[in-house]
Design a protein around this ligand. Sequence first.
Ligand code: ATP
Ligand code: MN
Ligand code: MN
Length: 307
Amino acid sequence: ADKTAAPRTRRRAAGAGAPPELSSPGKVLYPGDGYTKADVWNYYQTVMDQLLPQIAGRPLSVIRCPGGIARACFFQKHRTAGLERVATVRLKEESGGSGDYLVVEDAAGLMELVQFNTLEFHPWGAHADAPDTADRVVFDLDPGPDVPFAEVKRAAQDLRRLLARLELESFLRVSGGKGLHVVVPLNPGCDWALTRRFARGFAEALTQAEPDRFLAVASKRLRNRRIFIDCLRNGRGATAVASYSLRARPRAPVAMPIGWNELARLARPDAFTLASVPEKLRRRRRDPWEGMDRIRQDLARWADAGA
Ligand code: ATP
Ligand code: MN
Ligand code: MN
């Protein structure tokens, strides 16, 4: 390998494009549900057209669970040996130095990661070719244990309304865990410092206006009855789960994009699963995030307001 490679050097995968083979198809990865590695593989083949555009060309972290979700899983940020169909990009690390990050460019690369027991996909909010430019702001709503889901739904609606005042259109995703993500596309993108200032400023303003409902700092003590607006998703090197990714949790929930008009009748944030999503994709008339990447909006209006 070229040790003198400049930052951002992108290396194509040696085996790019060649479909990988599935081994150990019968291995059970979700013991409580009986879902096997073949079930996971088939799920990812089925949602490929939706998932691939969400992660392609972005630095990517993955959660791999070689022994299934009941055993140790690990969060992997960097290239490891054996991955022949996944490209890499050398990027400056937050901690100094540089590292080789994974970049999926095609279906073969994605399925190779599945063959390596990947359950979750977590892309950056930036592309590998412009790692210092955020093209998404993610408001990660994390409810404390005593917060009813109806309150989380109300918080997401409020957030949407306040963003709309800045003429920012936002999109909704159920995390597949406990909360919701409100995602704001930026086009043109924005440097990370300003993006983070925006996200944090917005969260702090909400918290100051309604301190009984919201929290902008991760405090366990204050959290129980409040919703933590987690802004840590909005920094260089930070990741958020990709839409259509499975979660490594019981029932195999999916991080699912939904329309704002679907929120009212949503009962829980882990309502969509490996078992139900393929059918939902067949039935739905349109992708609720359709057109997101064509929207032209940036943080200028917010910056002009002197925030
Ligand atoms: P929930 O709705 O349950 O909060 P979530 O996906 O929003 O689901 P969070 O715990 O709020 O989960 O966010 C964690 C995020 O932090 C993940 O989406 C992931 O991208 C990122 N992350 C960074 N490092 C790790 C790690 N070591 N393990 C897991 N996630 C990590
Ligand atoms: Mn969350
Ligand atoms: Mn969080």
